[in-house]
Design a protein around this ligand. Structure first.
Ligand code: NDP
Ligand code: GDR
Length: 333
């Protein structure tokens, strides 16, 4: 039997890199969409590309852009994937207040273009859409599940809500196999450095090594449901292995404040964060979600999925990875 073929948008991102590892380990041929940048943007998958058994053989990259639907359509015809994981897009919630049109084009309109392209494919194809807890924004109740009403509080949340609803419409109207994974925050040592957990883990490591003294942050009372990214990409794969398409919340079920994350991260290096954190208003957003905490009962019952790594262990493993990277190449940071 020939190997299953997957196509990933956002392969160079945090989730895309872990998902690629998982699919390769499960015998897939993985195709990924990469966009042209003035500097190479593939650091998270470099180890795979340079593995002679993988790069150019079971992992193949294609230039493209989410907003270029013609080339996407051509790629689908050429590759004929059986599973598509749609992870790409502007993913920073705070930044979405500064670049709302670009965010909506990439997150909302591009998903529509992708759905239209998939609708035209001759062979059956399953689609995973990376939806987000940000669609709930300021929910009336906690915890949130797949039936919770959408009340986004940011341009990013609005765009994801639009894309999530479109996926539901295409599933119902055209019978497409489309799953929304409504993922709550998931982090890792590969998290972008301008997301708060990675900013904190990097700062704790640098402070421990005497390379940084201050950590500027916005409000510390923000609370999130924080899990570990490699576990969440396993949920994505499981969603597409079902007979019927559906939506799934992926979450730990525990909400923790930034102060608690700081305790865990700085505790890992034996420091008190209060001596280093300073408030900076530029990190405060015009609006924030409230009471975001997920109920992943459906994922547990239908997919056999549950989050294993909770916030304290997550913070510790991120700090340890940043310390190890710092010690391995001290001149780089
Ligand atoms: P990242 O920001 O790490 O990765 C985003 C990816 O999208 C990168 O590969 C990026 O490419 C690519 N991308 C952005 N714009 C375009 C474009 N116009 N054309 C082609 N590629 C593009 O995000 P994550 O891996 O953390 O998240 C994956 C998805 O899941 C995102 O859609 C995010 O919004 C969503 N999500 C994430 C959660 C989380 O906690 N991580 C939770 C809920 C949802 P490049 O490397 O070139 O920038
Ligand atoms: P989030 O993650 O907005 O939840 O989106 P982020 O780490 O950016 O912010 C979490 C909370 O921390 C507060 N905060 C700061 N945030 C950043 N980035 N930098 C700071 O200095 C800072 N100080 C305080 C924020 O205001 C916020 O309350 C992530 C992304 O991965 C999305 O793509 C995904 O959809 C959601 O998680 C679920």
């Amino acid at each position: 039997m020939s190997a299953p073929v997957a196509f990933i948008t956002g392969i160079t991102g945090q989730d895309g890199s872990y998902l690629t590892e998982l699919l390769l380990a499960r015998g897939y041929v993985v195709h990924g969409l990469v966009r042209r940048a003035s500097l190479f943007n593939r650091s998270r998958i470099e180890h795979l590309r340079h593995d002679p058994a993988i790069g150019g053989r079971t992992l193949l990259l294609h230039y493209g852009d989410l907003n270029d639907t013609t080339s996407l359509r051509r790629l689908f015809r050429q590759i004929r994937p059986t599973e598509v994981y749609h992870l790409a897009g502007q993913s920073h919630v705070g930044l979405s207040f500064e670049i709302p049109e670009a965010t909506c084009n990439e997150v909302a309109n591009a998903t529509l273009g992708l759905l239209e392209s998939l609708r035209d494919q001759e062979q059956p194809v399953k689609l995973y859409h990376a939806s987000s807890s940000e669609i709930f924004g300021a929910p009336a109740a906690a915890p949130q599940n797949e039936d919770t009403a959408l009340r986004p509080t940011s341009p990013y949340g609005c765009a994801k809500a639009f894309a999530t609803n479109l996926c539901r419409v295409y599933r119902d109207a055209y019978g497409l196999f489309v799953c929304n994974g409504i993922a709550f925050n998931h982090e890792s040592p590969r998290r972008g450095e301008n997301f708060v957990t990675r900013k904190i883990s990097l700062a704790a490591a640098r402070i421990a090594r005497g390379r940084q003294s201050e950590l500027p942050l916005g409000h510390l009372d923000a609370a999130r449901d924080w899990g570990y990214a490699p576990e969440y990409v396993d949920g994505m794969w499981r969603a597409l292995q079902q007979e019927r398409a559906g939506d799934y919340v992926f979450a730990t079920g525990e909400s923790r404040t930034l102060g608690e994350f700081l305790d865990a991260a700085f505790g890992a290096v034996g420091r008190d964060w209060r001596a280093h954190v300073k408030f900076e208003s530029r990190f405060v957003r015009p609006a924030e979600p409230v009471r975001l905490v997920g109920d992943a009962t459906r994922a547990r019952e239908k997919l056999g999925w549950s989050a294993q790594t909770k916030m304290s262990a997550l913070a510790r493993l991120m700090v340890e990875a940043d310390l190890a990277a710092l010690d391995a190449s001290p001149e780089r940071r």
